[in-house]
Design a binder for this molecule. Structure first.
Ligand SMILES: [Zn+2]
Length: 657
């Protein structure tokens, strides 16, 4: 609870108490009790070995209760030790590990319980005064996973075990210098998959080989009842697997075409990077309607999660089809090569995100390219994705006040308790993903243009990420390293290119990659085929027409518990100007009950008249009628070929022979 709120909320009787609370420097002047002296500060990590190996035992058997029980033995010398719960998680780029979910912490030394005190400044740090003659302390605690369906990653059938949720580690050491010996107790009959190496297994208890803390946290584990491992390797020198966990066994069935797309992904990635940086790579992949979706990169694995119908209704998943390509690319871009200020010595040192437009943005670009090259998306679908991205920025005025690089702070800003933005088109959001797609497309077409088709961003991929084949020792880079490598591929003023597009406020949407690719962005009334098959749980977008998205109202959507719920209203768009806000509920369109079909009909009909579209909305208990003066049709974005210009975009999206 924010302190100010607390103090404003309570009556005048509490004012004196509040004055004490809100005065951070009251010690000098107050006449009341003096505060206890501050405990010693959390020491900075040093590149030195932590003496001894920490035993970690995680009990996963209470998945029904969504509670994981943890025991940890930490070898120790007497005196004060500070234990850290990981705060900054790689891949999330933010202090996002919820320490709130750690509960029941009890620490024992020589068979006796000893107290712990949380740091008053750093909520992820715990001070422990260890009695003389103690050689190890024993910790017991729980990790309380979210219980609401689709919010957490643990269900009665599937568990995503992130080691960062279930361990404390000593402050003052580089993570790679702290050795762990992890052990896991599985629920009866469950299978598991992880990049970790197994030392032994007795029944449901698995002992893993000792591993440094950074590798342990980078090697999560999936477990579950319904499991299938699918080999998509290109050969014995490049072992890659899909480790599938599903709600039901039939959701694990893959058609030969689907299998081939995933094999193509590995083949095409190898052709793109001409290297790999793992011993074996495991896509830990949940197909589930009970655990939430996920995409989180690791060096030798990724945590992936989609709806249960990923294989059984292939056509429904086009928008999210780049998930696996994106996470796989991260093994090269993000894990093997990482921006220097995103590399941190342990998990409680803040990260700096200013190069996320490379770490995430270039990964997103290569991910979308590989989704097309592997056949996961058709050429037309791949072009539609680019059209969608460009269109989304044409209607987003946030670019007029906020630079792209400032959006790389979004993970940190959002982790401070903020709900998703109500006005994302104005506030901007995680724009360093999609906007960077357009910027890297421009860079790719520019290299192809300047080199007369001899060079491309594929050459940059090999030069920048293809070094030290087989090694997974992270190599960091700076903005200057990036510019230098691009200049090696194709001389150009790349520093200026990125300065204007990334670091300055630039209202112009970066669409030169579309024209450089031989296409133009157009709008028409033709709904893309893949949109018709889209997962019914997704909101239907009228963002480029009326300027909002709405959930439910489809023929067989079931409507969930929020029919007609307005999920997004475009800033300064037609609906915004009429007074619509997010979280309203759309009830009626031109005096008929709302459905997606009749809203589409109303938009098409309004093209031929001057009459406004009438919308009936509900906000809490209040009914509101809005009239939207809009006559420009459905405006679905597409890319249209500009004949007589080089067709570089299709060349980029075509599989490499
Ligand atoms: Zn990513």
């Amino acid at each position: 609870m924010p302190r100010r709120f607390f103090c404003n909320y309570f009556s005048a009787a509490a004012i004196a108490f509040c004055l004490v609370l809100t005065s951070t420097s009251y010690a000098q002047n107050a006449t009341g009790p003096q505060p206890a002296p501050l405990p010693p500060p959390v020491p900075a990590p040093v590149d030195q070995p932590y003496p001894g190996t920490i035993s970690l035992s995680v009990d996963l058997t209470n998945v029904n209760g969504r509670v994981l029980n943890v025991r940890e033995t930490i070898p120790i010398k007497s005196g004060e030790i500070i234990l850290l719960y990981p705060e900054w998680l790689p891949g999330t780029h933010s202090p996002s590990n919820p320490v709130l979910n750690l509960a029941g912490l009890v620490i024992m030394a020589n068979g006796k319980r000893i107290p712990w005190v949380r740091d008053r400044v750093n909520m992820w740090a715990f001070h422990v005064d260890v009695p003389k003659g103690t050689s190890a302390i024993e910790l017991a605690f729980q990790y309380l996973a979210p219980v609401k369906p689709q919010q957490g990653r643990i269900s009665t059938e599937i568990a995503d075990l992130t080691w960062n949720s279930v361990l404390l580690y000593p402050a003052g050491y580089f993570a790679r210098r702290i050795q762990f010996s992890p052990e896991l107790k599985l629920p009866d009959g469950w299978k598991f998959a992880t990049a970790l190496d197994v030392k032994s297994q007795k029944g449901d208890v698995v002992q893993f080989k000792d591993v440094p803390l950074n590798t342990l946290i980078d090697s999560p584990l999936y477990a579950g009842i319904n499991y299938k491992r699918v080999d998509i390797s290109t050969g014995p020198d490049n072992p890659v697997y899909l480790d599938l966990f599903a709600d039901k066994p039939e959701q694990l069935e893959i058609t030969p075409e689907e299998l081939q797309y995933h094999k193509n992904l590995v083949i095409q990635a190898q052709k793109l990077f001409n290297s790999h940086h793992y011993d074996h790579y495991d896509f830990l992949f949940s197909l589930s309607d009970t655990v939430g979706g996920k995409g989180l990169e690791h060096h030798q694995s990724s945590e992936d999660g989609t709806r249960a119908n990923y294989f059984t209704d292939w056509a429904a998943g086009i928008p999210g089809r780049a998930l696996l390509p994106h996470e796989y690319v991260h093994s090269w871009n993000g894990k093997f090569r990482r921006p220097a200020d995103l590399w941190t010595p342990n998990f409680n040192v803040p990260m700096q995100n200013d190069l996320l437009w490379v770490y995430e943005g270039l990964t997103d670009y290569y991910g979308n390219v590989l989704a097309a090259r592997s056949g996961m998306r058709t050429l037309e679908q791949a072009r539609d994705v680019i059209a969608q991205i460009a269109a989304s920025f044409e209607i987003s005025p946030g670019r007029t006040w906020r630079s792209l690089v400032d959006t790389t702070n979004q993970p940190i800003i959002s982790s401070h308790g903020a709900a998703p933005e109500n006005w994302a088109t104005w506030q901007r959001s995680y724009d360093y993903y999609p906007e960077s797609d357009l910027i890297w497309l421009e860079a790719d077409t520019k290299i192809r243009e300047l080199s007369n088709g001899q060079k491309s961003l594929d050459d940059f991929a090999k030069l920048f990420f293809g070094i030290d084949n087989g090694s997974y020792m992270t190599v960091t880079y700076t903005f200057e390293d990036l510019v230098k490598a691009l200049n090696t591929v194709q001389p150009y003023d790349w520093a200026e290119f990125f300065r204007t597009r990334v670091y300055q406020v630039e209202p112009q949407v970066p669409e030169n990659g579309i024209s450089g690719g031989g296409y133009r962005l157009v709008y028409n009334d033709i709904e893309p085929d893949w949109m018709k098959h889209m997962d019914k749980s997704r909101p239907t977008s009228f963002a480029t027409s009326l300027g909002f998205s709405v959930r439910g109202g489809g023929e067989d959507s079931g409507d969930g518990d929020q029919p007609g719920s307005v999920t997004e209203v475009r800033w300064d768009g037609p609906a915004f100007k009429a007074g619509m806000t997010p979280e309203m509920r759309l009830q009626g369109v031109n005096d008929q009950a709302f459905s997606v079909a009749n809203l589409r009909e109303a938009i098409v009909a309004a093209e031929r008249t001057t009459a406004a579209i009438k919308l009936l909305l509900k906000r809490d208990k209040e009914f509101i009628t809005l009239t939207v003066d809009y006559h420009d049709g459905l405006r679905y974005p597409h890319l249209e070929r500009v004949e007589s210009t080089p067709d570089r975009l299709d060349a980029i999206l075509a599989p490499v022979k």
